[in-house]
Design a protein around this ligand. Structure first.
Ligand SMILES: Nc1ncnc2c1ncn2[C@@H]1O[C@H](COP(=O)(O)OP(=O)(O)OP(=O)(O)O)[C@@H](O)[C@H]1O
Length: 394
């Protein structure tokens, strides 16, 4: 079925003249692999950087036409810049994000980033998302360290501290937020291209997992990841938020780097377990955010220690304290340590994270303390007080 749809999309594209008048985009090899999931088609067009502006309306036109194909409900066509032959190679350039107030634009390569009036607290040259005061990333250098569990409990803790909070699950390869917040329904369209976020425990939430079946293989390619993220960030009716927490995909590859470049981040929180290996990965995460000028607000040590339920004795099974020592060495704030606790796992699995399931527990207090420290770091940073050591790990 989806092969037939891909062929139908290709046939449709072959019948369209590209805006530069040089023939159709398929014969010229400008179309990426086409990925179809849940009736949504994703692909990108690779165009010379100088032509990006001209091809943008063409992308929108393709999106409109593709839905006429049986079984395709919507499409997302991203524009990527093709490097001109012989062009000098430069260090990675951030792909400019969409301008605020212009929903529906795909990623536009080669254009100058624009702040736009009313853009709240832009981080660097990146335009903010209207209505959202600050955006922070929760990231980890490798998978399975408890990044999503930390992100969701932190978001709920920020809310418990009185902030209006949203969470965006950018972990497109393995979205966990629907499970962690027990959200099963699909978000409704807000009319036009916008989506209304779901809500749980006072958090507004958006996840790629809402749009794509958990069973669907996530063979996302770079540009598609980016357009999906941009759409979730800018085409969702977040309303007014004090804070949006972005649960990043694990790792420090190109996709993560581009995300860190694309999203106007006020800062990043790095989650690590105490093991050496995880710390090495955490250091890479740190270096990645530094590379794109995003302040690292601090490191959280997860699964830091274990309290035996029968005796109450504490066991530092993973060599607790590694992250704290590392944070000191790197002159990055240490935000706190979360114990390895069955109840943290159980409440997460039940879709009712510990901060809301057992708000009076000491574990919930641990998360709230970390949230308070993160806010303090953000304020310190906004006041220009954060240390910014130059760290280069290659
Ligand atoms: N402090 C903790 N105590 C006990 N279990 C935990 C703790 N933190 C996370 N877990 C459990 O560890 C597993 C991995 O956590 P989580 O999905 O949050 O990790 P992740 O780093 O986001 O993983 P991935 O990157 O693979 O999505 C989950 O089963 C979660 O419930």
């Amino acid at each position: 079925m989806s092969d037939a749809q891909k062929s139908a999309i290709q046939a449709l594209l072959r019948g369209l003249d590209a805006p530069d008048g040089q023939g159709d985009v398929v014969s010229r090899g400008m179309v990426s692999d086409i990925f179809i999931a849940d009736g949504k088609a994703f692909f990108s067009l690779s165009v010379p950087a100088a032509e990006a502006e001209r091809f943008e309306p063409f992308c929108r036109e393709i999106e409109r036409r593709v839905v006429s194909i049986d079984g395709i409900a919507s499409a997302l066509v991203a524009l990527t810049a093709e490097k001109a032959a012989g062009a000098p190679s430069r260090s990675p350039q951030p792909v400019p994000p969409q301008q605020p107030g212009r929903p529906g634009q795909a990623i536009r390569a080669g254009a100058a980033p624009a702040g736009g009036p009313g853009a709240p607290r832009p981080a660097g040259s990146k335009p903010g998302v209207p209505g959202i005061d600050r955006i922070i990333a929760v990231a980890s250098g490798k998978g399975g360290v408890g990044k999503s569990t930390t992100a969701v409990n932190l978001a709920l803790s920020f809310a418990a501290l009185g902030l209006k909070v949203g969470i965006l699950d950018a972990d497109i390869y393995g979205p966990s937020i629907p499970r962690l917040l027990n959200l099963k329904e699909k978000p409704r369209s807000g009319g036009g291209r916008t989506l209304i976020p779901l809500e749980a425990y006072g958090l507004k939430a958006m996840s790629m997992g809402f749009l794509v079946d958990e069973e669907t293989p996530m063979i996302w390619r770079g540009p598609m990841v980016m357009s999906a993220l941009t759409q979730m960030l800018r085409e969702v009716e977040w309303g007014t938020l004090d804070l949006l927490v972005v649960d990043m995909p694990p790792g420090t590859g190109d996709a993560q780097l581009t995300m860190a470049q694309q999203v106007p981040l006020a800062g990043a929180v790095i989650v690590s377990t105490p093991q050496d290996l995880a710390l090495i990965d955490a250091r890479k995460g740190l270096a990645m955010f530094r590379k794109v000028d995003v302040p690292v607000l601090g490191i959280v040590e997860n699964m830091s220690y274990f309290i035996a339920p029968d005796t109450g004795a504490r066991y530092d099974i993973f060599g607790h304290g590694g992250a704290k020592a590392e944070a000191q060495r790197l002159e990055v704030p240490f935000l706190g340590e979360v114990p390895l606790e069955m109840v943290i796992r159980e409440t997460s699995d039940a879709g009712r994270p510990i901060v809301v399931a057992e708000p009076d527990s000491r574990h919930a207090a641990v998360y709230r303390d970390i949230a308070a420290r993160t806010l303090a770091e953000m304020d310190r940073d906004a006041a220009g007080g954060a240390k910014a050591p130059m760290i280069v790990f290659e």
